[in-house]
Design a protein around this ligand. Structure first.
Ligand code: DGI
Ligand code: FE
Ligand code: FE
Ligand code: FE
Length: 187
């Protein structure tokens, strides 16, 4: 699939601000792919499609999770975690995207997971640092992304876990697994 086709697919599914975010994630992902020697085309396509299911009805996402090979434990956690995994399934079912690098990057863009690939880390970090983001600590992650992709991913995971714990929210196990894995890999 070409970038323009992917853009035409997501545009009607997203609100304007989410569509603008998507285009910024794509530009950021291309930059990171260039820097870390991954396919710029795949990074761009994964980025354009990453929030494909962001506004799907919860019932539809639940159904996709139940009827696919996705982890059923997603249903025990916040529905905000469902859109990446659901998109990874639907882009294949509806649009013929079968590249596992693209599908896994989309699937794990919110939670991360242990043993993330470079492509997965590129989308995970691009989603966190795109120029429209203003989380506390994001500039530090932007700087880290210039030097060490996985260190930037680790920092984003640490910030997100701290943020979630700070508001007494649950943390999906894959997010902890991603953080623990990178903590070991980076030392
Ligand atoms: O879809 P986006 O807004 O672009 O970004 P995203 O897909 O990374 O969604 C992130 C939100 O999900 C983030 O603000 C925190 C929330 N969230 C809720 N529970 C968890 C979680 N994020 C992670 N990584 N792990 C959780 O358990
Ligand atoms: Fe998302
Ligand atoms: Fe994210
Ligand atoms: Fe996003």
């Amino acid at each position: 699939m070409k970038r323009d086709e992917a853009i035409q697919i997501v545009k009607p599914l997203l609100k304007q601000e989410r569509f603008d975010h998507t285009l910024r994630v794509a530009e950021t992902a291309i930059d990171l792919a260039k820097q870390y020697d991954e396919s710029q085309e795949k990074a761009e396509l994964a980025a354009i499609l990453h929030d494909y299911a962001k506004y799907f009805p919860l019932e539809d996402m639940q159904q996709t999770i139940r009827e696919s090979n996705l982890s059923k434990n997603l249903l025990d956690y916040h529905h905000e975690l469902w859109h990446g995994p659901v998109a990874s399934v639907l882009v294949e079912q509806r649009h013929g995207i079968t590249d596992p690098e693209i599908q896994n990057a989309i699937c794990y863009h919110t939670t991360g997971r242990a043993h993330m690939s470079r492509m997965e880390a590129i989308l995970f970090v691009a989603d966190y640092i795109e120029p429209g983001r203003s989380f506390p600590g994001v500039d530090e992650v932007r700087e880290a992304a210039q030097k060490d992709l996985f260190r930037a991913a680790w920092m984003a995971l640490r910030n997100t876990i701290q943020f979630l714990v700070g508001k007494h929210a649950t943390v999906y196990p894959d997010t902890f697994y991603a953080y623990n894995d990178l903590t070991k890999r980076l030392n």
